[in-house]
Write a protein that binds this ligand. Structure first.
Ligand SMILES: [Zn+2]
Length: 289
């Protein structure tokens, strides 16, 4: 009995330093943590790492090329403040062949894109995170990310990859529609420009928003068929919508609503034990015959 008590006291004492460290004492950004604090951060995050994904591409004449990375990262960092998680550094390896005709675009090959994402997840896992949440800021990444998630079943791994794909509530969408002046959009538009006007106002040049057209040219009507040139057929300037009325108030509203959703999803994923359980069962069944 005495030995048990002694052991318990020792265990409590050993656990104390870990317990006294709170999430608010640690940065959420991976690159801002020291190597020693990183170990505590993995523990505090309940081994959940967010990988915010963007791309480097033209965003009309008025937004910086890193817009999607800035927004995805800000969203992740704000959500991690509510529900602690570690946020991976700037990620700009995205699918963006459709903007190769615009200056400054970085578009890697399909093979490299896939491998970069796969090896990054493996590295994240090797460092202790067993839940990886992809938070996407670039529409052109969506198909790649979904395919990547499906491909996780190809062979066994000791972590699960999740894709944050929650949409905003109908009431929030109604509010956003009421706040907007423009009715078209899709890229570097009024909403995205508002998010940037809130996130990085120093990089937004709204006075240039009308120097190029963001109108849908609709040059390739092909009902019932999909082809890679569809986006260029519509928006050769790589600008879809009209951003001239963008403003930080709308940006704040949209970002806060998206942050709420993301924090909610982080909580759900932290509590989730079924994904890994079913994944492991699946890997066993897939190799048993
Ligand atoms: Zn964008």
């Amino acid at each position: 009995m005495k030995n048990i008590l002694l052991a318990l006291t020792l265990l409590t004492l050993l656990a104390l330093p870990a317990l006294t460290i709170q999430a608010q004492d640690l940065p959420a950004s991976w690159e801002e943590l020291t190597s020693a604090d990183f170990v505590k951060a993995v523990h505090l995050s309940e081994s959940l790492c967010i990988l915010p994904m963007g791309v480097v591409e033209k965003h009309g004449q008025h937004l910086p090329m890193g817009t999607d990375v800035f927004i995805a990262r800000e969203l992740s960092l704000l959500a991690a403040r509510d529900e602690y998680a570690v946020v991976f550094p700037f990620w700009y390896a995205g699918q963006i062949f459709e903007a190769r005709h615009q200056p400054g675009t970085i578009s890697y090959s399909p093979e490299l894109l896939y491998r970069m994402l796969d090896e990054t997840c493996r590295e994240i896992s090797r460092n202790g995170f067993k839940k990886i949440l992809l938070v996407n800021g670039h529409g052109g990444n969506t198909n790649l990310i979904q395919y990547f998630c499906q491909a996780q079943l190809e062979s066994e791994r000791d972590y699960a990859v999740y894709f944050f794909n929650a949409s905003l509530d109908p009431e929030t969408n109604r509010q956003i529609r009421a706040m907007r002046k423009s009715t078209t959009g899709g890229h570097a538009d009024e909403v995205e420009s508002s998010e940037m006007a809130y996130t990085r106002p120093d990089l937004v040049h709204l006075d240039r928003a009308t120097t190029e057209s963001g109108e849908d040219l609709n040059r390739l009507p092909l009902p019932g068929a999909y082809t890679g040139i569809w986006w260029y057929a519509k928006y050769p300037n790589h600008y879809a919508g009209d951003a001239k009325d963008a403003n930080p108030q709308m940006g704040k509203y949209v970002m806060e609503k998206r942050v709420e959703k993301l924090a909610e999803v982080i909580r759900i994923i932290k509590a989730d034990t079924t994904t890994r359980h079913l994944q492991n069962r699946f890997y066993r069944e897939a190799t048993a015959h």
